[in-house]
Design a protein around this ligand. Structure first.
Ligand code: HEM
Length: 429
């Protein structure tokens, strides 16, 4: 049956297997991708997914390897968006022409550009800066918690998990309260095509929103150039460009940084908080533990929430040269999907990985914030605001349970995962 040559070839095979029938955008897969991840991992940690022409890396070990090898696995893949169909390309481009062309900075840049922008932002996002935000984050959380009803059903994405990080990042970017709704709309519009799909009308609406966003912030930047203040935007307008120390940073580059902070700093944390609240509502013992020991337990819940939920389910890379991952070879120029959601539930790294267990000793080994040069810049802020949110909820409410009006539908994206809505009922005791 096996000739010596075919056996040899099988043993030294370097081409990853191809999977048919797996579509990351299939509605059922988006609703719950974990059985698919498991079946992919069990067959091989690297697969070519023919339906989308992408390579999926699913084991913790190989996702970490690819993250560490940024020379081969490039982040310069453009925006992580689905392509615009030819039929409306010209119309979309005409709208975009009114704004600023994208300048890759952090998430979608490689060194040396990445290094330059990262260092600049890291100077602003210091532990001190994040720590200084604590009183304000707590005040926002307290105000939102106070508005939640006792003994009545409330939809907590809209009522809590979305406004908290949105208002925090708006505070970081000094967006006034009366523009918060616009800020939310822009963020929703940006993320609609991150690992998901829009129809033609939706794509045109998205392009219009992006230009509106750009014009708003370009005016804010002009204001900071004329009247600098002690804020992040003023810091960005006084920074110099990478190529010329006499030239200021371009408006296009600053707008790109702002978009990344807006999306990364808001949708992800919303999804994390919502998912943790869902787990708390499912298991009353967890809420009791949080009430007994809010400070330590909130931190454990956040860490296990990051592992278990992986709000950023996956990120793209593009192979700059032929790449070797473990025993597999991926040709140059291929789109590779690093599936954090799968890596974080790999049995090789975590015992009973499909259980939500805040007591697990090694939850921190997750890759929910990525790793390497692109590791999440906002991780300390995300941890802090999620922890404060849980502490404040536990200080006011004695219990939480699932409301009756839940459909448990997830956002239709394979890159950002989270419940669209979550109805909960908080109890006084
Ligand atoms: C990068 C996850 C919150 C800003 C990343 C990456 C992941 C991630 C996985 C790496 C992407 C890659 O390797 O290509 C998350 C999660 C969050 C969160 C799960 C919340 C639960 C935040 C917040 C901010 C932020 C609050 C900012 C205020 C960024 C930025 C990058 C990044 C700027 C790009 C860094 C670079 O390319 O050097 N995040 N993030 N994130 N995150 Fe976060």
């Amino acid at each position: 049956f096996w000739t010596t040559r075919s056996l040899e070839a099988a043993l030294t095979a370097t081409t990853p297997p191809s999977v048919d029938g797996f579509d990351p955008l299939d509605p059922e897969t988006l609703q719950c991708p974990y059985p698919w991840h498991r079946s992919l991992r069990e067959r091989a940690p690297v697969h070519f997914v023919a339906s989308r022409g992408m390579w999926f890396v699913t084991s913790r070990e190989l996702v970490a390897k690819a993250l560490a090898d940024h020379d081969t696995f490039s982040s310069a893949f453009g925006l992580p968006q689905m392509p615009v169909p030819d039929s409306i390309k010209a119309e979309v481009e005409a709208i975009q022409a009114e704004g600023w062309p994208p300048v890759p900075t952090l998430l979608t840049a490689d060194p040396p550009e990445h290094h330059y922008y990262r260092r600049m932002l890291a100077k602003a996002f210091t532990p001190r800066f994040v720590a200084q935000l604590e009183p304000e984050i707590r005040a926002i959380a307290r105000e939102l918690v106070a508005a939640l009803p006792v003994g009545a059903e409330v939809e907590v994405v809209r009522g809590f998990a979305a406004p908290l990080p949105l208002r925090v990042i708006a505070r970081v970017l000094n967006v006034p309260d009366d523009r918060i709704d616009d800020f939310k709309r822009w963020s929703d519009q940006f993320t609609a095509t991150v690992g998901g799909q829009l129809d033609d009308a939706g794509l045109l609406e998205q392009a219009r929103n992006m230009v509106e966003f750009q014009k708003y912030f370009a005016a804010e930047l002009d204001d900071r150039r004329a009247h600098p203040r002690a804020d992040l935007l003023s810091g960005l307008v006084t920074a110099h460009s990478m190529d010329d120390a006499d030239e200021p940073l371009s408006t296009g580059a600053i707008l790109n940084i702002i978009v990344q902070l807006l999306i990364a700093g808001n949708e992800t944390s919303t999804k994390l908080l919502t998912g943790i609240l869902h787990e708390l509502a499912r298991e009353p013992k967890l809420w009791d533990r949080l009430r007994d020991n809010p400070i330590d337990y909130a931190a454990d819940l956040v860490e296990e929430g990051l592992r278990f939920l992986s709000p950023v389910q996956s990120m793209f890379r593009i192979t700059k040269a032929e790449a070797t991952l473990g025993e597999y070879t991926i040709p140059a120029g291929q789109l590779v999907v690093l599936v954090f959601g799968s890596a974080n539930r790999d049995d090789e790294a975590f015992t009973h990985p499909d259980d939500f267990d805040p007591a697990r000793p090694n939850a921190k080994a997750h890759l929910a914030f990525g790793a390497g040069i692109h590791a999440c810049l906002g991780a300390p802020l995300a941890r802090l605001e999620s922890r404060i949110a849980l502490e404040e909820l536990a200080a006011r409410f004695g219990s939480v349970r699932l409301g009756a009006g839940n459909d448990f539908a997830y956002e239709p994206s394979f890159m950002l995962r989270g419940l669209q809505r979550l109805a909960l009922e908080f109890g006084a005791d």
